[in-house]
Design a protein around this ligand. Structure first.
Ligand code: IMP
Length: 194
């Protein structure tokens, strides 16, 4: 089954391809020129659907299933920020590193060294037959410093519940076991197989 990913994020493509080894997974940028998608939904689910629908419509091929992920981190001490704005916390076009250090700075400004936080992933699937969405979450602690080089995005400042190290320090196997995206992808896989 050909599954087209509506993302150009290399970290996500790597994680999804590893988990869906029994599917023919292709990033949409290998089929058509990448284009800008305005993610103006009110929550993760709405943004995942916006991305999946936009790519599905641009592909003009009703044999394909398009899968999109919208995800982000919510920090309790910051009232749930950055949430759906995680990808642009340091401004439009900001890099993962800019966003990471902007979030660390926001915690420092509040005088907070540790705060409960969680990642959310919404996955949307769009095909000629139907649209479906699922979610996954990973809970833990956001810290006001970056530790480790692994993972991507906010991983160096996130310690998952039950661990003492950040996702930047832990192995990718541990992250795959715990992650919000893995949980959502496992549910999505069951729906795709059905
Ligand atoms: P999206 O590509 O619009 O879904 O934006 C997701 C944002 O949340 C990006 O800034 C990512 O770096 C961040 N993010 C989502 N999932 C993860 C993760 O597993 N680790 C680290 N950062 C993540």
């Amino acid at each position: 089954m050909k599954l087209v990913l509506a993302t150009s994020n290399r970290g996500k493509i790597k994680e999804i391809t590893a988990m869906y080894s029994d599917f023919d997974v292709v990033p949409y940028s290998e089929l058509i020129a990448p284009f800008e998608i305005v993610e103006d939904g009110v929550d993760f689910k709405a943004n995942a659907l916006i991305k999946a629908r936009a790519v599905y419509e641009a592909l003009h091929d009703d044999t394909l299933i398009v899968l999109a992920d919208d995800s982000g981190i919510s920090v309790d001490a910051l009232g749930g920020a950055p949430g759906i704005y995680s990808a642009r916390y340091a401004g439009m076009g900001a890099s993962d590193t800019d966003n990471l250090y902007a979030l660390i700075e926001a915690l420092n400004v509040q005088g907070v060294t540790h705060s409960p936080a969680h990642y959310t992933a919404a996955i949307a699937m769009v095909s000629v037959q139907e649209e479906a969405t699922v979610h996954g979450w990973m809970y833990g602690t956001a810290i006001a410093e970056a530790r480790g080089e692994g993972g991507f995005g906010y991983d160096p400042m996130f310690i998952p519940s039950g661990y003492e190290h950040t996702l930047g320090e832990l192995s990718s196997e541990v992250k795959v076991r715990l992650s919000h995206r893995s949980k959502a992808l496992a549910l999505a896989k069951m729906m795709l197989q059905r």
